[in-house]
Ligand binder design. Structure first.
Ligand code: PMV
Length: 311
C-alpha cells in the first residue's frame, strides 16, 4: 500500500501576537505550499524519514518514545487516538515550507504525519481530532500557542480566529495575490512571544492599546475580504506591520523587505507569524506581482513565492 497525506502552510494576514491575548486574527491556508507524508506499509517497526532534515531515520518500536521530539509526539498521540500501541510502516516526509519562518511548517508537518499514521492503520482521522493532536505538538514549538496555526492548517479554510471560540470561516470575495518573501533568518516563535509577554508586563497600558488597535484592524480587514476591497486591505496590512514594529517583533531585514514591496507598487506588506525573521507577505495584483518579487530579491530576500488565496 502506497499513499500520500498532506497539509498546507498558512499565512497570518492580520493579528499575530495580539491573538495570544484574545484579540481576533485572520489566517489563510497556502494550499499550493504543503508538507507531504508518503506512506508504505512494508516496513516494521514504524520508520520515519525526513527528506529535508539531516540525520538517520527515526524508528518507533514498541518502547517508550521521546515525546520532546515533535514527530514522536504526533505518532504517540495519533496511535493513542486510534487505540493502537505500536505499528508498522514507513513514512517519508517532505515539505515545501521552510522551518521557523512564519508559514506554519511545524503544524503542516504534524498534520500530514498524523494523517499518514491514520492511513497506515486503514483509518480516517476527523479534522477536529487531528486539530487537538497538532495543538498539543504546537506547544512544544511555541509554549503557549493561540491555536491559530493548527486550526487553519488542519481545516484548510480562511479563518477569523479567536482563541477558545468556535471556528468562524471567512468568505473571500476576490482571490488574493500574495508575494511571500523570506528573510532567510530562522526565528523561533517562542522567543518573540516571550518578549511580547515581557513588554505586556512592563508597559501594560501601552501594550494593551497596541493589541486593541491590531484587533480593530482585523475586524475591518474581515469586511474588506468579504467585499473585495483589496486596496484598503493592503493599507490595513501595512498599518498592522507598523503596530508589530511597535511591539518590537520586526527587524531591519523585515522592514527593508516591507519597504521594497511598497516601493514596487504592492497594496500593502507586513511580517507574518512570530516575526524577528521569517517571511513578509505582500498583497499585490496579478500585474504587479513580478515587479514586486524582483524588487524583493534585489532588497535581499533569500527567496520569493507568489501564490493566490481564496480561489
Ligand atoms: O510564527 P508562527 O507562524 O507559528 O505564528 C505565530 C503566531 C503568534 O501569534 C505570534 C503566536 C500564536 O500562538 O498565535
Amino acid at each position: 500500500m502506497n499513499s500520500v497525506a498532506s497539509a498546507p502552510g498558512k499565512a497570518i494576514l492580520f493579528g499575530e501576537h495580539a491573538v495570544v491575548y484574545g484579540l481576533p486574527a485572520i489566517a489563510v491556508p497556502l494550499s499550493g505550499i504543503r508538507a507531504y507524508a508518503y506512506c508504505s506499509a512494508n516496513e516494521s517497526p514504524l520508520t520515519l524519514v525526513t527528506e529535508d532534515l539531516p540525520g538517520p531515520p527515526l524508528v518507533y518500536g514498541s518502547g517508550a518514545m521521546d515525546i520532546s521530539d515533535p514527530m514522536a509526539l504526533v505518532v504517540k498521540l495519533t496511535l493513542q487516538h486510534l487505540g493502537a500501541s505500536a505499528m508498522a510502516g514507513r513514512v517519508s516526509l517532505r515539505s515545501d515550507l521552510p522551518i521557523a519562518s512564519g508559514l506554519g511548517s511545524g503544524a503542516a508537518v504534524s498534520a500530514a504525519l498524523g494523517r499518514a499514521i491514520a492511513l497506515l492503520r486503514g483509518a480516517c482521522i476527523a479534522n477536529s481530532d487531528l486539530n487537538s493532536i497538532v495543538y498539543e505538538v504546537e506547544k512544544l514549538h511555541h509554549g503557549t500557542p493561540s491555536g491559530i496555526d493548527n486550526t487553519v492548517v488542519v481545516h484548510e479554510i480562511p479563518l477569523f480566529y479567536r482563541k477558545d471560540q468556535a471556528m468562524d470561516q471567512i468568505e473571500i470575495a476576490d482571490p488574493l495575490w500574495l508575494v511571500l518573501a523570506d528573510t532567510g533568518i530562522a526565528a523561533p516563535t517562542r522567543a518573540a512571544v516571550a518578549d511580547v509577554r515581557a513588554l505586556a508586563n512592563q508597559a501594560p497600558a501601552r501594550t494593551a492599546a497596541l493589541f486593541d488597535r491590531i484587533g480593530a484592524i482585523a475586524h475591518e480587514a474581515r469586511c474588506c475580504l468579504e467585499r473585495g476591497a483589496t486596496a484598503r486591505l493592503g493599507e490595513l496590512m501595512s498599518a498592522n506591520h507598523r503596530l508589530l514594529r511597535a511591539l518590537h517583533v520586526s527587524s531591519i531585514e523585515l522592514d527593508r523587505l516591507v519597504e521594497a514591496a511598497l516601493d514596487a507598487g504592492a497594496y500593502g506588506a507586513k511580517l507574518s507569524g512570530g516575526g524577528r525573521g521569517g517571511h513578509i507577505i505582500t498583497l499585490v495584483d496579478e500585474l504587479s506581482a513580478g515587479k514586486v518579487a524582483q524588487n524583493l530579491l534585489e532588497a535581499g530576500a533569500k527567496r520569493v513565492m507568489t501564490t493566490t488565496v481564496g480561489e
